[in-house]
Design a protein around this ligand. Structure first.
Ligand code: ADP
Ligand code: MG
Length: 399
């Protein structure tokens, strides 16, 4: 799914108000009845042009009429939700322009380079949970039953909220993660890490040292009560730092930066051991395949890590999102959706890691998502636009 911001500059404040009305109506209606859209939009200060706005928004694909509907109404599309989030980020000054390159597109998210008003590059992550239709029949499915068409908006928002709260907590605790900047709806804005994912690294000078660093990082998370849950070569970026930046020959240190947190779970989770072991196994398998490195030290083992939780004054971070209003039900819904998505991934032979790894061994380049900087993919303006292009995101009213 692309974010096409071209229509953005043409929307009037009335159009934005109507789009917001559809979003508000979506909280209780899968298909928001047209009279309700009118009512909400008017209440928010609109006058007459509601129908005109509906037509404009529908034409831009931001709202859609539903087929086979029993009454006249509209639903918000992914594009519409994207626009509302961008509008909010722009109004708050967190995003000023959208770059032309999409860093990555996974099943769960779109990652784009954006910039703030000073031209500082940032990353915008748009969660797309529920984008893939739920094909498999699993016990989890009960949670999502009957809500499938509307649930993507809810689930994607949950993913963003949870990821943002973990990123904030980890960042505050001094973990090597991007700096969390803002969250709106299903999106988060964070600092851009200028480093490739481990997946793209063909060789390192000292695999044993890097392996030890990554295991130490995993154990440090455990000590704070957390398991990453997707600790793999896509979610670890590897930054090269010169000890002395002015010296060509200077020694280079490699710093792993961790990303991607919606699926993080507590060390107290009923399946914690399985997730912990899976994260450890992921790293071991990658190091063996890519760097032909096998650690002589067995483990680390869950039971040992479990004993360290909260020790030495380590703040527990596993309840941060609950503390900020994320209910048990939300956590359950999100987890069910993430597991469902994982299961879908495993079902699909073309998407499986195994297969990709085989192909990939040869050149070590492709990361299974779109590569960085392949030119403008997303919108009709150049990367980090000029003054003119920047107007695209300027907004007149606060949302
Ligand atoms: P997903 O949930 O779809 O896996 P990720 O958060 O893992 O999304 O991001 C997907 C890819 O986008 C990463 O593998 C990485 O290449 C890139 N990426 C994500 N966040 C950043 C960031 N802050 N800085 C640089 N690259 C990033
Ligand atoms: Mg990822």
């Amino acid at each position: 799914m692309k974010l096409d911001t071209r229509a953005m500059r043409h929307l009037t404040s009335e159009d934005w108000r109507v789009l917001t009305a559809v979003e508000m109506g979506s909280k209780n209606h899968e298909l928001v009845p047209t009279p309700l859209i009118e009512k909400i939009a008017r209440l928010r200060g609109g006058a007459s042009g509601v129908h005109k706005s509906i037509a404009t928004l529908a034409k831009a694909g931001l709202i859609a009429r539903m087929k086979e509907a029993r009454y006249d109404g509209y639903r918000l599309t992914y594009g519409g939700l994207d626009y509302l989030a961008m509008h909010t980020h722009a109004a708050r000054g967190h995003v000023y322009s959208v770059g032309g390159s999409r860093v990555g597109v996974g099943k769960e998210s779109d990652i784009m380079v954006v910039a703030d008003s000073s031209g500082q590059k940032r990353i915008l992550k748009m969660h797309r949970l529920g984008r893939v239709s739920f094909r498999t029949v699993k016990a989890n499915r009960d949670y999502l039953k009957n809500r499938q068409s509307a649930s993507w908006m809810y689930l994607s928002r949950l993913a963003a909220v949870r990821e943002f709260s973990f990123m904030q907590a980890l960042h505050a605790e001094g973990f090597p993660v991007p700096e969390p900047i803002a969250q709106s709806r299903h999106t988060i804005v964070m600092s851009l890490i200028d480093a490739p994912p481990l997946r793209q690294i063909a060789s390192v000078p000292d695999p044993a040292a890097l392996y030890a660093d990554l295991i130490a990082l995993l154990l440090r998370l455990a000590k704070h009560g957390l398991i990453h849950g997707d600790y793999n070569e896509f979610n670890i970026l590897l930054r090269e730092d010169k000890e002395d930046p002015t010296d060509e020959e200077s020694k280079i240190t490699l710093t792993p930066i961790l990303i991607d947190f919606p699926q993080m779970i507590s060390m107290d989770h009923p399946n914690a051991e399985m997730y912990f072991d899976r994260d450890v196994a992921c790293i071991k398998r990658f190091f063996e395949r890519r760097f032909h490195f096998v650690s002589e030290t067995p483990g680390p083992f869950f039971k040992d890590a479990k004993k360290t939780v909260g020790k030495d004054g380590a703040t527990r971070l596993d309840a941060v999102s609950e503390a900020s209003g994320f209910t048990k039900k939300m956590a359950k819904d999100l987890e069910a959706a993430i597991r469902e998505q994982e299961a879908n991934k495993d079902d699909d032979p073309e998407e499986s890691d195994e297969e990709e790894d085989e192909d990939d061994e040869e050149d070590g380049s492709d990361d299974g998502s779109e590569a960085v900087d392949q030119g403008p993919l997303v919108i009709g303006v150049k990367v980090l636009e000029t003054q003119e292009g920047l107007k695209n995101l300027s907004v007149s009213d606060e949302t």
